[in-house]
Design a protein around this ligand. Structure first.
Ligand SMILES: [Zn+2]
Length: 81
């Protein structure tokens, strides 16, 4: 099963930072895609509901939350389980 890594666009520096989250998805995107685009009109998959999660920007050291599901990115990895 393909593995995907989750990145979040940072509200402090506008870079996309890895979150350390790795997910198995049966029908994940073929290229990097936001959760908003990936879910479309359907429900956000439970594992991707991370708008309340707090991350730390590695450049500024400040904490941030994803501003929206447009800022949460699902990225295909070369690894499979
Ligand atoms: Zn940052």
């Amino acid at each position: 099963m393909p593995l995907f890594v989750i990145q979040v666009r940072c509200s402090h520096c506008s870079e996309e930072h890895p979150t350390g989250m790795v997910l198995k998805l049966d029908d994940g995107p073929l290229a990097k895609e936001s959760v908003a685009t990936f879910a479309g009109d359907g429900p956000i998959p439970p594992d991707l509901r991370i708008l309340n999660s707090v991350f730390v920007c590695p450049l500024t050291g400040q904490s941030y939350r994803p501003e929206s599901n447009d800022h949460v990115l699902v990225v295909p990895s070369p690894y499979r389980l």
